[in-house]
Design a protein around this ligand. Structure first.
Ligand code: NAP
Length: 279
């Protein structure tokens, strides 16, 4: 029940109707008996500055930031944590006594999922990322922070892969190499990540030719809906292990929850809440 004491958190995006975050966070608040409510806010890009100001004015505890605002929100914040600064994008804002601090939990959510659900410690491994958009950026920097040996990055727009590789190589001690052809790095790759939207629609082509999938390769598809993409199905036949994107979604949310409340979230409750919406 909403009371006069209820604390508000939420999410800014445009469009926002598809978001699963309210289910996951509100289920967690209810399970812990916390007087919080998570609300979706449809924020048109023209109104982002006013929406950021409203976080302070309305005393909102914090918000998640999603497409298309993850980079655009930065000028309206008072500070960034180290990872958000490195990535250059924010998915979580905390209103700390009127100061808005930006965090990025996407990459750390991915790492937590890879380690806890996949049983893979990326330190010293070689990774290939297909796609060089926002999600790939967060993943690449978090992998570099974890001490991966090498990251191969590919995108249909070669310039995007080049820019991201260059940023990772310059700002971290990890070597990132942009590749035009997936054949170039696949032989050295331990973990393959699909960070493109391919797989969301039934008729999407695979992001990689099946003859490049081989035993020993760990395949992580960050697409979470459907839970099993055609890439994961093909990889299951040929590779050692696979994982879908639900865990990344879950853990980025769990990390945001902790930032806002200071309380360890009930991850199982959050997982059930999102699974019930996509399975
Ligand atoms: P994005 O910024 O649009 O980035 C996707 C990138 O992949 C774009 O640069 C795109 O190029 C490129 N691309 C598309 N097809 C490709 C192909 N065949 N080969 C190489 N590159 C290709 O999107 P995003 O925000 O990074 O999200 C990507 C996907 O991850 C979405 O499906 C999203 O739902 C999912 N995601 C999951 C989580 C999670 O928690 N599990 C979190 C964030 C995102 P163009 O721009 O030319 O199309």
């Amino acid at each position: 029940m909403i009371t006069g004491m209820t604390k508000i958190v939420g999410i800014f995006g445009y469009p926002i109707e598809h978001t699963l975050s309210p289910f996951m966070h509100n289920a967690a608040f209810e399970a812990l008996g916390l007087d919080y409510c998570y609300i979706p806010f449809s924020v048109h890009p023209d109104n982002l500055r006013s929406a950021a100001a409203a976080i302070r004015i309305l005393n909102i505890v914090g918000v998640n930031i999603t497409i298309p605002h993850k980079e655009a929100i930065i000028p309206y914040l008072d500070g960034l944590d180290r990872e958000a600064e490195l990535i250059g994008a924010v998915n979580t804002v905390l209103n700390k006594d009127g100061k808005l601090i930006g965090y990025n939990t996407d990459g750390r959510g991915f790492i937590k999922s890879l380690k806890e659900e996949g049983g893979v410690n990326p330190k010293g491994e070689s990774v290939m990322i297909i796609g060089a958009g926002g999600a790939a950026r967060a993943i690449a920097f978090s992998l570099a922070i974890e001490g991966v040996d090498k990251i191969f990055i590919n995108d249909i727009i070669s310039e995007k892969a080049k820019e991201l590789s260059c940023a990772v190589s310059t700002k971290t001690s990890t070597e990132a190499i942009h590749i035009k052809d997936l054949k170039e790095g696949i032989g050295e790759t331990d973990v393959l990540i699909n960070a493109t939207p391919l797989g969301m629609k039934k008729k999407d082509p695979l992001p990689i030719a099946t003859d490049l999938l081989s035993q020993g390769l760990f395949v992580y598809d960050i697409v979470y809906n459907p839970p099993e993409t055609s890439l994961l199905r093909e990889a299951k036949k040929r590779c050692s292990k696979t994982l879908g994107g639900l865990g990344m979604l879950l853990y980025q949310g769990a990390l945001s929850f902790k930032i806002w409340t200071g309380i360890e979230p009930p991850v199982d409750v959050m997982r059930k809440a999102i699974e019930s919406k996509i399975v």
